[in-house]
Design a protein around this ligand. Structure first.
Ligand code: GTP
Ligand code: MG
Length: 199
């Protein structure tokens, strides 16, 4: 998809702030610093639409981006950021639970995980969480430019094992640096949002 129009609509912390336009929606979730905002920027070909930072914990709110007036990207604040208080973590948990359970225009969750490392306990939990609520998901392995190609198969099988993926669950290998995996990601997204029209 070639994107001409992309803009942030709102940074929300609770349901009453979510946009009410009935666009289909896809969300990006994953550990802090895994590359969620970079993923959005790469897909829409903009350097700074979603704010990125080498400092983890940049995105603290649910950020809704209108893409081509046809769907929303939702940048979900990252988990696993150690320097937040217990109260903040609880607030975060509540915000995510509300979003994932109440948002009926949500078509698919993209679970971003750093390809350099084994999925963390929280990555596994996140996958189990969306499974539990029957939300369709797609795993995106990020920062593949940092992993030598010769190791890709080994890393992919570790991912499959740790996340207990079924045979049909494909992993999209992605790099915001090189753009690899961008076409596969778009293909998955256009398919996910199209299911809206048939529903
Ligand atoms: P939070 O908003 O804190 O949850 O982080 P995030 O998941 O939005 O991560 P962000 O996109 O801000 O990226 C974090 C850092 O990783 C930045 O320094 C990015 O430049 C870098 N980064 C993201 N994706 C890639 C990638 O594919 N390859 C490489 N080499 N670096 C990446
Ligand atoms: Mg971010």
């Amino acid at each position: 998809m070639k994107v001409n129009y992309a803009d942030i609509v709102i940074s929300a912390v609770s349901q009453k702030q979510y946009p009410t336009t009935q666009y289909p929606e896809v969300a990006l979730a994953g550990r802090s610093n895994v590359g969620k905002s970079s993923f959005i920027n790469k897909l829409v070909n903009r350097k700074n639409l979603a704010r990125t930072s080498s400092k983890p914990g940049k995105t603290q709110t649910l950020n809704f981006y209108d893409i081509e007036h046809s769907f929303y990207f939702v940048d979900v604040p990252g988990y696993g950021y150690a320097r937040v208080s217990k109260t903040e973590r609880e607030k975060w948990g509540h915000m995510l639970e509300e979003y994932f359970t109440q948002r009926n225009t949500l078509k698919k969750v993209y679970l971003l995980m750093d390809f350099r490392h084994d999925p963390t306990a929280e990555d596994v939990q996140m996958k189990e969480f969306v499974d539990y609520y029957n939300i369709p998901f797609q795993i995106i392995a990020t920062k593949i430019d940092k992993v030598p190609r010769g190791k890709w198969n080994k890393h992919e099988s570790t991912f499959r094992k740790k996340l207990q993926l079924s045979h049909d669950d494909k992993i999209i290998l992605f790099s915001a640096e090189t753009g690899e995996g961008k076409d596969a990601a778009w293909e998955s997204i256009t398919q996910a949002i199209q299911e809206e029209h048939n529903a």
